[in-house]
Design a protein around this ligand. Structure first.
Ligand SMILES: Cc1cc2nc3c(=O)[nH]c(=O)nc-3n(C[C@H](O)[C@H](O)[C@H](O)COP(=O)(O)OP(=O)(O)OC[C@H]3O[C@@H](n4cnc5c(N)ncnc54)[C@H](O)[C@@H]3O)c2cc1C
Length: 452
């Protein structure tokens, strides 16, 4: 079962969601795969068992409806023969429109299915160097030794350890009659940028600022796992912690009004919250400096008090937790390989995607692409009209200076050519187009998609 000179063994480091999916895809394409999983020899702060694909927190893969971004991503993965979704179906428990699973049965199903494949074996060891040919899928809790090796290979700035994620808001949900465009002091350093100003600014009166502070102070916060207690450093401080330090702290921090004059009044506001463009198409805007541990309904309630955001649609919620991830747009190739070795690919949360489904999805694509490369073919990526392709586009094209992990959302996907006012109908059309385009892509590149 071991490889030979013509068909070397392929190494998948990390037997989590992405690694298990990648190993399955490679094995199904005829490759002998070694999964290197360090549990139980070396535990992580979150995993409790030695099973493959253990779910460390919630037991849901979110929506199954294609008109939901996570639902669409799953529909695409099913077209490509995902073993993770096969196992989720085996372990499904009632969860409304969500794909909720019994976590024990789920991990057991993945472990048994993947390890019973005649071309897959597992070695229980911590890996401290990058595999080639192979896939690094060691997740948000990548061990220190491997993290060090990745940093050394990619450059120190290329591996972040903590996520301080600010919410991302859909552009179309921001009220243009309230916000104004401007850069602080009119400065813009990017070549080719227009002179209208890079930021969307939400001007607050003193009363609005005070009411916002009160709501922020009283809001319910998420208290994560004990291990997840983050030693906050400046620049990664939750907005609610900053607010507790004094009533003017935010006015001298993320809500500072200096250098920003509302062109409609000609005056500076008492405080200004800023949104910065997150994607090239300008559909996703980051609420700058609003990394937070507020619970999701509280983020909706409190941040919608900011002038201009009353109807804000959250494409991603803020959070803070331990997370090792590569600055993919700065450091990796479009198919998420080392730039100096295309046979070392990355998959899962370490690439800067966020979530169970997204991590599994990148494992699936990495498995397909490493198999193609080993067969002498070019790697391929689905088009950005699909959720999968759109996620990869984000990992390729996001601004490396502000790169933050991303979950599946409709802000990533190409707009429809025509304007559709009804939101539900629009999502139906996007989903239909995505699945048609993925099928066409699959056929064009002879990507097999048989269900496990
Ligand atoms: C505390 C916490 C809670 C989370 N809650 C949720 C949630 O509720 N919903 C959600 O969608 N996402 C959640 N996430 C994100 C979640 O971790 C990812 O979505 C998903 O598990 C990532 O899959 P992965 O395959 O990339 O990594 P993992 O599933 O973490 O798999 C990585 C594997 O690599 C192994 N490994 C690490 N280093 C080495 C090494 N050097 N050598 C060999 N093996 C190694 C680990 O033991 C692990 O098995 C949470 C993350 C954390 C840390």
């Amino acid at each position: 079962m071991t490889g030979n000179a013509l068909n070397p063994e392929v190494h998948v480091v990390g037997g989590g969601l992405a690694g298990s999916e990648a190993a399955w895809q490679l094995a199904e394409r005829g490759h002998s795969v070694v999964i290197h999983e360090m549990r139980p020899v070396r535990p992580t702060p979150a995993h409790k068992t030695s099973r493959l694909a253990e779910l460390v927190c919630s037991n849901t893969f979110k929506s199954t409806e294609p008109t939901n971004a996570h639902g669409l991503l799953k529909a695409e993965m099913r077209l490509l023969g995902s073993v993770i979704l096969w196992a989720a179906d085996q372990a499904r428990v009632p969860g409304g429109s969500a794909l909720a699973v019994d976590r024990e049965l789920f991990a057991q199903a993945v472990t048994e299915r993947v390890l019973s494949h005649p071309r897959v074996r597992v070695v229980r060891e911590e890996v401290s160097s990058l595999p080639s040919p192979g896939i690094v899928a060691t997740g948000p809790l990548t061990s220190d030794a491997l993290a060090e090796a990745i940093r050394a290979r990619l450059g120190v700035a290329s591996l972040a350890f903590y996520d301080a994620i600010a919410p991302v808001i859909a552009r179309e949900s921001i009220d243009d009659s309230v916000v104004f465009r401007a850069s602080r002091y009119g400065k813009e350093t990017m070549d080719g940028a227009g002179d209208e100003g890079a930021y969307l600014n939400c001007p607050c009166t003193r009363e609005q600022y005070e009411a916002f502070l009160d709501a922020l102070g009283a809001a319910d916060q998420y208290h994560g796992h004990e291990f997840d207690e983050v030693p906050y450093f400046e620049g990664c401080m939750p907005v609610e912690v900053m607010a507790q330090r004094g009533r003017d702290v935010l006015r001298f921090g993320p809500l500072k009004p200096v250098g920003l004059r509302d062109p409609r009044t000609g005056r500076a506001a008492w405080a200004v919250a800023q949104l910065r463009q997150e994607d090239r198409a300008g559909r996703m805007w980051n609420l700058v400096g609003f990394q937070t541990r507020l619970r999701i309904p509280e983020q909706q309630r409190v941040f919608r008090m900011i002038p201009g955001l009353a109807d804000a649609e959250f494409l991603r919620y803020g959070s803070i937790h331990r997370n090792s991830y590569v600055n993919s747009p700065a450091a990796l190739s479009p198919h998420l390989a080392l730039r100096d070795d295309p046979l070392t690919l990355f998959a899962g949360q370490i690439t800067g995607v966020e979530g169970y489904t997204e991590s599994s999805a990148t494992g699936l694509v990495a498995g397909i692409n490493l198999a193609r490369l080993l067969a002498g073919d070019e790697p391929v990526l689905p088009p950005p009209t699909t959720m999968l392709g759109a996620l990869y586009r984000y990992l390729r094209e996001a601004d490396p200076r502000h790169f933050q992990p991303m979950n599946a959302n409709f802000g990533l996907v190409d707009d429809l050519p025509e304007r559709v006012r009804d939101k539900r109908r629009k999502r139906e059309l996007i989903a239909e187009r995505a699945l048609t385009d993925l099928e066409t892509w699959r056929e064009a590149h002879a990507v097999a998609g048989a269900a496990p």
